[in-house]
Design a binder for this molecule. Sequence first.
Ligand code: NAD
Length: 372
Amino acid sequence: MIIGIPKEIKEEENRVAITPAGVSAFISHGHQVLVEKGAGLGSGIVDRPYEAAGATVIESSSEVWQQANLLMKVKEPLPEEIHLMRSDLILFAYLHLAANESLTRALTKKKVTSIAYETIQLEDNSLPLLTPMSEIAGRLSLQVGAWCLQAENGGRGVLLGGASGVRPGKVVILGAGISGSTACQVAAGMGAHVNVLDVNPSKLRYIHDITGGRITTLMSNRANVEEEVVDADLVVGSVLIPGAKTPKLLSRSIIKLMKPGTAFVDISIDQGGCAETSHPTTHSHPIYIDEGVVHYCVTNMPAAVPNTSTYALTNATLSYGLEIADLGVMKSMHENPALARGLNTYQGKVTHAGVSTALGIGLTTVEEVIGG
Ligand SMILES: NC(=O)c1ccc[n+]([C@@H]2O[C@H](COP(=O)([O-])OP(=O)(O)OC[C@H]3O[C@@H](n4cnc5c(N)ncnc54)[C@H](O)[C@@H]3O)[C@@H](O)[C@H]2O)c1
């Protein structure tokens, strides 16, 4: 197959869908790879290593789109890319179609085969192409939270690790999933005092076990949440209920009770956020102060570290990309049910139940499509 890698054109998106190592893998499987000139620059990867790995670097984005059989992207195509779609194109990217009716209609009209990173799902219900980004957001939350706490940003002026003879800062983490547990490890590594809350006892047990009890784990309920956050220096929101809006664990009245200058990093903002006071921000204006609390609510945190994010993302996407390229769409879906769950549109039909329900467009099941 010919694999096409265009440069991302969405604002603030500096990741790229393949690394030079990924190019080598496709080439060694007998495929051809076309990379748009400068596609990796935002992630600190120049054209030469792509060429050294066997890719052909092409000046024009539209040529990459036109020649590719399998087009791998990071983010969804933008309106200006719609005219480049065609019925024999396989598109593999983060698509988030349930929230994007116009793109869904364009993909079905153009009969594109689209496979969404975020709906590839393993038997245990985990989402392997979302996990690396949660891990990165969790790690970043401490870095940005520590920055929010600095006096010049309106923070309390507390250093999380404290100093000799001075107490460390208190970090409270709401949600002990992928992002919450990585945030816990970084917070503990910085020398902070860390308390984490979740509704799932097995998540709390995991944290307790891996940190040897150094982190306090607490059941998440209204009383515990309130008691913890009013005494915190940094609160991290990393709660998720799959398929639902994030619960508002922090009402405005609780936020009001928090100490002035407390930092609050709401990772879960991309699903609505876990505080009544949260609203989305961008990397160019990441923070605002409400009720005296410094809020950081950036919806695409991994974009702040595109180099790391690109490697983490492509580590996860490559094996699926190779499967599609080696076996073709039908056979790869037959052989790998996780990949089949990623199919969102095929030959003008919507093939993902979540997208169909969200947009009120009729569903053709993947089983009907692949005949199994
Ligand atoms: N802002 C960003 O750039 C960015 C990046 C990656 C992920 N995210 C978002 O971060 C959120 C967390 O992602 P994740 O992969 O860590 O999810 P996850 O499913 O691994 O973890 C979520 C945790 O929340 C817990 N939870 C549910 N209800 C709770 C409650 N009432 N109180 C306390 N805990 C509760 C769950 O038990 C689970 O352990 C998601 O909304 C995800 O979309 C945002």
